[in-house]
Design a protein around this ligand. Structure first.
Ligand code: GDP
Length: 175
C-alpha cells in the first residue's frame, strides 16, 4: 500500500483471465456504468482508477486490465508485480476459461507468495441457462487455494460493485 495523490491509500488490482471472459466489460461497468456487446478489449483503456469507501475508510483502486494482450503473448510478472489484489475471471458458460484461471493462480502464488488477495470471479451469470461450471465447484476450488469467490454479470450489472468491495475489504484487512 502506498499514499495516493489525495492521501487515500492506493491498492493495485489486476484483472486476469482468458480473452473474452469479460474483463474489459467488468471494468467499463464499474467505472462508467456502461456495457457494450462488442468485444472491446483491444480498444479500451487498460488502466482505470476509482475511489471507494468501505467501512468508513476511503481508498483508491488502480485497476489494470490486460487489454487483450493475453492472446498474443504471456503477460509475465511485470503486469501483476506489486499488486495487492487480483481478480481471476472466467466465463461460467466456458469450462476452458475456468481451467485457465488455475494456471494464473499457480503463477501468482509462486511470484507474489501470498501477499495479494485473490478473488475468483465467475462472470456472465445472466447466461445461467447455459452454465457449464457449477457455483459449488468453483467455490470449492477457490477455497482450496485460499481465494475468495464471487459471481457477477457485467451485462446486467449484477454484483459488479460488490466484487470491488469484497476485494477491497480483504486488501484493507491485510494492509
Ligand atoms: P475480455 O477479453 O475478457 O476483456 O472480454 P470483453 O469484456 O471484451 O467481453 C467479451 C464478450 O463477452 C463481449 O462480447 C461482451 O459483450 C461479452 N460479455 C462481457 N460480460 C458479459 C456478461 O456479463 N454477460 C454476457 N452475456 N456477455 C458478456
Amino acid at each position: 500500500m502506498e499514499a495516493g495523490t489525495s492521501d487515500s491509500p492506493v491498492f493495485k488490482v489486476v484483472l486476469l483471465g482468458e480473452g473474452a471472459v469479460g474483463k474489459s466489460s467488468i471494468l467499463l461497468r464499474y467505472i462508467e456504468n456502461k456495457f457494450n456487446n462488442k468485444h472491446l478489449s483491444t480498444t479500451q483503456a487498460s488502466f482505470a482508477t476509482r475511489k471507494l469507501t468501505v467501512n468508513g475508510k476511503t481508498v483508491e483502486l488502480n485497476i489494470w486490465d490486460t487489454a487483450g494482450q493475453e492472446k498474443y503473448h504471456s503477460l509475465g510478472p511485470i503486469y501483476y508485480r506489486g499488486s495487492q489484489g487480483a481478480m481471476l475471471i472466467y466465463d461460467i458458460t466456458d469450462t476452458r476459461s475456468f481451467e485457465r484461471i488455475k494456471n494464473w493462480v499457480r503463477e501468482l502464488q509462486e511470484v507474489l507468495k501470498g501477499t495479494a488477495t485473490l478473488l475468483v470471479v465467475g462472470n456472465k451469470v445472466d447466461l445461467d441457462a447455459t452454465r457449464q461450471i457449477q457455483r459449488e465447484t468453483a467455490e470449492e476450488y477457490a477455497k482450496s487455494v485460499g481465494a475468495l469467490y464471487a459471481e457477477c454479470s457485467a451485462k446486467e450489472n449484477i454484483d459488479i460493485d460488490a466484487l470491488f468491495e469484497t476485494i477491497t475489504k480483504a486488501m484493507m484487512a491485510k494492509a
